[in-house]
Design a protein around this ligand. Structure first.
Ligand code: ADP
Length: 743
């Protein structure tokens, strides 16, 4: 465009140059609209810059058309604005590219990207002979930056396809744009035999074509990334359907109308001849052009602002709707989990309980048989083996269900820390017993080191402390193939705490296992996160254990840390504040534990009570069999009832020492049955202790049942130790004969 203008006659047919100018203006108009509508769909910074590019370019081209078609190339304000807008427009593509780079996380620049500088230097020297120095420096600088950034993006795409899956369409178009511009300018530096042979015009058309390719390229880049985005709902909405035609009509009318108005002004006011520069006609046309551009820019900006605010409202509404949906589905999830807890625990209870009976009977059968019945003994051994496997798989399944339940309770904010007095040595003894067995079966050493001065009686949530230590120890055994697992327990006084009132228990679990990579450490406590998947593919796990452990420690006001050397082992350290109840120290725990291990023998029931009779109420016959089987050795007489109503009837006939009552039963639930029995004047069990037996393990369930009148609460699957403990407490002491050496 820096070539000398070819004369464009007034009232004569349009010259080649004028046609290309109008074509460019048209392409710009289309480009602007495409970009604006694209912006409605994807509010991105790069598209905003594209709108700025087209707006400045459109005004520049518009002024240029007026300049060549109406003003007969008279150097006036019109041409000044045309150049000004044109120069300004070169800056926008750089910002489009920079925002795309930022979105893709691209940093640095490859040396190849500087290649276009080589092409710019001769071009710059060539243009210097024409046009102003400022124009040339400005244009060369910005077009070079555009080209360098484009080359960089293209090289980066081909060098490392992973960094960016989307092909850099925009950068390719911009590179073409710069190449066409350079060729166009170079052509304008030479004289040509005729318009038809002048490459300037053809390249100017190619440049104009790039204008419609720019929004197309942007739409491809974002369209791919945002497929199925909810925003398209917004861009298809009523508001957008209204705005689009209004904008198209408005901008077109202003451009075309402005053109005809300036023509009319020129023809009518100055009768076809323009006066001196600065005459009234020039002034009127200049003011008119300014008004047109001002209105177009203001209208465009206004539309962008309205669309933005509408979009925010739309998105807010969408978020509110999504939040409502999420809350509803979370409630549904909690209900589902509560039900699942019951539904799954009940059959597992039956499986584990009946399996325990098979195991016991088979062991007994094997031990009772004389040695010469080797054949049958080996069958019993086989059965024991299978039964042992069922037991471990069942317990594994139960622990997964418990983890899922716990985690959903944590997520729903429903997990409560329930503090009570407890004995630390008993917790350590239980977890050590359990883990010792697991470690031994894997050929690992298990050691426990407990600081002798730690207080033994503490106040806190025993169940959760046990869960934290068990989780860490289980992981240590799971992720260690040889070597040892060591549990160390020490104490760290909490500074500022009332003397001896509060202490921080430090549980440290050290293993010589596979270790954890440094880069995986930040993900360790995330939900469903499992590290080193390839190596651990054979190890069972859900990735919930540490997430639960981390949350529990945090809820108790403690901290958890990991130290690990990949390939050598890890140490997990959890510090948990607990209240101290008495000064009594734990003493030499390791010695006591060793002694108890040495004395370990086959499980023996702790008491016999052959004169006592209890009633078990459950609608699932399998559960009744389980309880009967579990209590067989205690010699207690057991009556069973298959429902609430039947139990009320039976309680009229016989006095029971204890009634074990299931909760969820058809027709009459456990609580109602208990009330009927207690209030029944003809009944014999008004004062009989009731133990609620339920699979309902949701937090707060125990308090609920006790407040409803139950004396105690046991969860299914039934743990034999707990069942025996509860019965020992409620059956008359005279009827109980303690067994020597019983557990
Ligand atoms: P999982 O059920 O998979 O064991 P966790 O949440 O308990 O889930 O642990 C998450 C991941 O952390 C595990 O999959 C494992 O990769 C890693 N991890 C946990 N404890 C250890 C350990 N003691 N040694 C090595 N890796 C461990």
């Amino acid at each position: 465009m820096t070539i000398s203008r070819l004369s464009g006659g007034w009232d004569t047919s349009l010259s080649f140059e004028q046609i290309t100018d109008i074509f460019t203006l048209l392409m710009n108009l289309i480009g602007l609209m495409m970009c604006l509508f694209l912006y409605f769909e994807h509010t991105r910074r790069s598209i905003t810059f594209a709108v700025v590019f087209f707006l400045t370019n459109l005004l520049s081209e518009y002024y240029w058309v007026i300049y060549t078609l109406v003003m007969d190339d008279s150097p006036q304000v019109s041409s000044f604005f045309a150049y000004f807008g044109w120069n300004l427009a070169f800056v926008a593509p750089v910002f489009i590219q920079l925002s795309l780079r930022k979105e893709r996380g691209r940093r640095g620049i490859s040396p190849v990207a500087f290649l276009p500088v080589m092409a710019t230097i001769p071009q710059f020297l060539l243009y210097l002979q024409f046009g102003g120095i400022f124009n040339n420096i400005w244009q060369c600088f910005w077009t070079t930056v555009i080209a360098c950034l484009a080359v960089d993006a293209i090289v980066a795409y081909f060098r490392c396809k992973d960094y960016d899956k989307v092909f850099p369409y925009l950068n390719v178009v911009l590179l073409l744009f710069v190449i066409f511009e350079y060729t166009e300018w170079t052509a304008s530096c030479y004289a040509w035999p005729s318009d038809a042979l002048n490459p300037y015009y053809y390249f100017s058309i190619l440049v104009s074509l790039c204008y419609v390719l720019i929004p197309g390229a942007l739409s491809r880049e974002y369209g791919m990334a945002d497929e199925g985005n909810a925003r398209s709902d917004f861009s298809n909405g009523r508001l957008m359907r209204l705005f689009k035609p209004i904008y198209i009509i408005f901008v077109t009318v202003f451009c075309v109308g402005g053109y005809f108005l300036t023509r009319w002004i020129r023809r009518t006011l100055v009768s076809g001849t323009l006066g001196e520069a600065g005459s009234d006609a020039y002034l009127i046309i200049d003011v008119l052009l300014f008004v047109v551009s001002f209105v177009i820019v203001t209208f465009t900006v206004m539309i962008i602002l309205i669309v933005n605010s509408e979009k925010k409202t739309f998105e807010r509404r969408e978020i509110e709707a999504a939040k409502y949906l999420a809350e509803r589905s979370n409630e549904a999830k909690s209900d589902f989990l509560a039900n699942m807890s019951h539904e799954i625990r009940t059959p597992i209870n039956a499986v584990l309980g009946l399996n325990e009976m098979i195991l016991r009977e088979s062991l007994k059968g094997r031990d009772d048989l004389p040695d010469e019945r080797e054949d049958i003994k080996s069958i019993f051994s086989e059965i024991c083996n299978y039964s042992g496997n069922i037991d471990s798989a069942g317990k594994n399944l139960l622990s997964i269900i418990n983890d899922i339940l716990d985690f959903s309770k944590i997520e729903a904010g429903k997990l409560e820390i329930v503090d009570n007095d407890y004995q630390l040595s008993s917790v350590l003894n239980d977890v050590s017993n359990m883990i010792m067995f697991k470690a031994k079966s894997k050929g690992l050493e298990y050691d426990v080191e407990v600081d002798e001065s730690i207080p033994d009686i503490l106040h806190g949530d025993e169940v959760r402390v046990r869960q934290i230590v068990t989780n860490l120890l289980n992981n240590a055994v799971k992720y260690t193939d040889n070597g040892s697992v060591t549990l160390s327990v020490s104490e760290k006084k909490i500074p500022g705490a009332a003397e001896d009132d509060c202490t921080s228990l430090v549980f440290s679990v050290k293993d010589t296992g596979i270790g954890i990579r440094d880069e995986d450490r930040s993900r360790l406590f995330g939900k469903f996160e499992r590290m080193d998947i390839k190596k651990n593919s054979t190890i069972e796990g859900t990735g919930l254990g540490l997430a639960i452990t981390g949350n529990l420690v945090e809820m108790m006001g403690g901290t958890i840390d990991v130290e690990s050397h990949y390939g050598l082992g890890s140490t997990f350290t959890a510090a948990i504040p607990q209240k101290v109840v008495s000064d009594e120290a734990i003493g030499d725990f390791r010695e006591k534990f060793k002694a108890s291990i040495d004395n370990l023998h086959a499980r023996q029931e702790p008491f016999h009570a052959k004169d006592s009779v209890i009633l078990v109420v459950d609608d699932t016959p399998m559960n009744l069999m389980v309880v009967k089987g579990l209590l067989k050795n205690t010699q207690i007489s057991i009556d069973t009832a298959g429902g609430g109503a039947q139990s009320v009837e039976m309680c009229r006939q016989k006095k029971y020492d204890v009634i074990l009552m299931d909760q969820r039963m058809p027709e009459m639930d456990g609580t109602t049955a208990m009330r009927h029995i207690r209030e029944d004047d003809a009944g014999m069990n008004k004062d009989t202790p009731f133990v609620c037996l339920t699979a309902d393990a949701v937090s707060g369930a125990k308090d609920k049942y006790i407040s409803e009148g139950f004396d105690d609460y046991l969860t299914k699957p039934i743990e034999i130790d707990k069942l025996e403990e509860v019965l020992m407490e409620y059956i008359d002491k005279e009827k109980i004969n303690k067994v020597m050496g019983g557990k």
